[in-house]
Design a protein around this ligand. Structure first.
Ligand code: GDP
Ligand code: GDP
Length: 495
């Protein structure tokens, strides 16, 4: 075991950039087979660097980068070296805990929710809890609703924060990340919003919780993401699996799972032009329900699940049937999820020359307007007309995905934002006088989705029309095509 450690130490020549090393670090610990690497893969996608890879050693520590709610962090899977000898497990557990306690800002311990607690679990828990860092217990493999209650049994380990998750299915991950990220040290402030209302600044500083720290601004290029995760969502029979086949089809470059794993092969990845398009949970896209009602329910559940794992969603509509209540329902989830949306009107071949219902060919402009009217809240979503079955216009899906993926990660500097704000004529907003708020300044606090913090005079929720007006102004100036825009209010005078 010592020898293995020595080799491992040699292999740990971490090749991360200095910038990455400044990011807060989250460590994932747990005994073998509880699902650490599954969780790790889900959290990082392919953006990870394998530090050691030698026969006899699966890997040493694996680092990856993760972004949540607009903040970046590093994540380390400490469980890389897996001794086969049972007797060695406690020492390995000990080593993991030490790595985590020394380096990490926050620690996630993973247990298998479907098995009894083992003594290494208790041992590790004890060490971690004594360490004084924020610790979270992720009870994994809670794949179904029925299993969730069982997670409570693991409170016996002594953790205050116990979160049921399914690393394989992606459920519970958002809640886990919310908590873990909230425990990280505050971000550095390295740009003050100085452009507008300089006078307000001193007062702001005295404010109870003051202005939100503004995260480090980087140039757009660094945000260029090489992989985009795509969810294909929609009700039964709109053509989701046909579209998936058309998109991945024969041009599919990789269908293989991430090296060393065979189980998360449910994603399919298409590489083109230096960009990876990862279609999430493709097994789920192809799943068919038994009865019509069951299939419909399943389509909603799957949409929500797929959205959780995605950056961009393709909301597929059946051209012949138009937007139904169920489509609108699923579209609503997409909108609320903060993912970018592209509306894909499929089976357009049936609406053109040879319509089976004998009606004249549909007018694309009129049709688009109908879709827009039925899905008002998705006014930012590009709309495509395709025929998945005939492969028509399928190519444009890739281009649009790349566009909206870039747009959702776009960052406007505080300077640009304030110059913009000075130009906006808020008198034009059709909002009752009493509902108006004054914006002193505004800053983009997060990307994906773009999130703006408004420093205002009143601690009130923005009036719907005011929010709409502001959103439209931002879109006219900065685009953010395909992505919802989120706002947070920070009032100067608390009511
Ligand atoms: P590690 O040794 O802790 O890195 O564990 P792995 O990530 O290799 O997972 C061990 C096994 O548990 C694999 O067969 C996974 O497919 C399985 N697994 C991981 N997460 C889940 C989950 O959420 N649900 C279920 N049912 N199985 C899971
Ligand atoms: P899913 O349930 O959303 O995955 O839908 P499927 O991909 O299984 O498609 C449902 C039906 O619609 C199948 O009979 C497909 O052949 C058909 N279909 C899918 N795309 C098109 C299309 O672009 N044009 C036409 N005419 N039929 C299509």
């Amino acid at each position: 075991w010592r020898e293995a450690e020595a080799i491992a130490a040699q292999l740990s020549t971490v090749t991360e950039s200095a910038e990455a090393q400044e990011l807060p670090l989250i460590a994932v610990c747990g005994r073998p087979n509880v699902g650490k690497s599954t969780l790790f893969n889900r959290l990082t996608g392919s953006r990870r660097s394998i530090v050691g890879d030698e026969p006899g050693i699966t890997r040493d520590r694996i680092y990856g980068e993760i972004e949540w709610a607009g903040r970046d962090a590093r994540i380390v899977d400490t469980g890389g070296v897996i001794p086969d000898d049972e007797a060695l497990i406690p020492s390995e557990i000990f080593r993991q805990a030490q790595v985590a306690l020394e380096e990490a800002d926050s620690i996630v311990m993973v247990v298998d929710g479907r098995t009894e607690l083992a003594s290494p679990d208790r041992e590790l828990a004890r060490l971690l809890l004594r360490g004084g860092k924020p610790v979270f217990l992720a009870v994994n493999k809670m794949d179904t609703q029925e299993l969730l209650a069982g997670a409570e049994n693991f409170r016996r380990l002594g953790f205050r924060n116990v979160l049921p998750i399914s690393a394989e299915h992606g459920s519970g991950i958002g809640d886990l990340l919310d908590e873990v990220f909230a425990s990280l040290p505050p971000e550095e402030v390295d740009e003050e919003p100085t452009e507008v209302m300089l006078t307000a600044e001193d007062e702001m500083a005295e404010d109870e919780d003051g202005p939100q720290p503004i995260r480090k601004l980087r140039t757009h290029g660094e945000y260029e993401q090489r992989e985009t995760k795509i969810a294909i969502i929609g009700r039964p029979n709109v053509g989701k699996s046909t579209l998936l086949n058309a998109l991945t089809g024969s041009k599919r470059a990789i269908v293989s799972p991430i090296a060393g794993t065979t189980r998360d092969a449910v994603d399919e990845v298409v590489e083109r032009g230096g960009h990876s398009f990862r279609f999430v949970d493709t097994a789920g896209i192809r799943r068919k329900g038994k009865t019509k009602l069951m299939a419909e329910k399943l389509s909603v559940v799957m949409a929500r699940k797929h959205l959780e794992a995605a950056d961009v969603s393709l909301l597929v509509i059946d051209a012949v049937e138009g937007v139904t209540a169920l489509d609108a329902n699923i579209g609503g989830y997409a909108h609320e999820s903060g993912r970018s949306v592209i509306i894909v009107v499929n089976k357009w071949d049936l609406m053109t020359t040879a319509r089976t219902d004998g009606k004249p060919p549909a007018d694309i402009k009129v049709y688009e307007q109908q879709v827009r009217d039925a899905l008002k809240y998705l006014d930012y979503a590009p709309l495509l007309f395709i025929s998945a079955a005939e492969g028509k216009n399928v190519e444009s899906v890739f281009k649009k995905v790349e566009l909206v993926a870039r747009e959702r990660r776009k960052r406007v500097t505080t300077g640009q934002m304030n110059r913009f704000l000075e130009k906006v004529d808020f008198q034009k907003a059709s909002v009752p006088m009493a509902k108006r708020i004054r914006i002193y300044y505004m800053t983009q606090a997060a990307v994906a989705p773009p999130t703006f913090v408004l420093f205002t005079d009143k601690d009130v929720k923005m009036h719907f029309s005011f929010e709409r007006f502001l959103t439209n102004q931002i879109r006219d100036n900065f685009g953010f095509i395909g992505s919802p825009i989120w706002f947070k209010i920070k009032a100067r005078n608390k009511k």
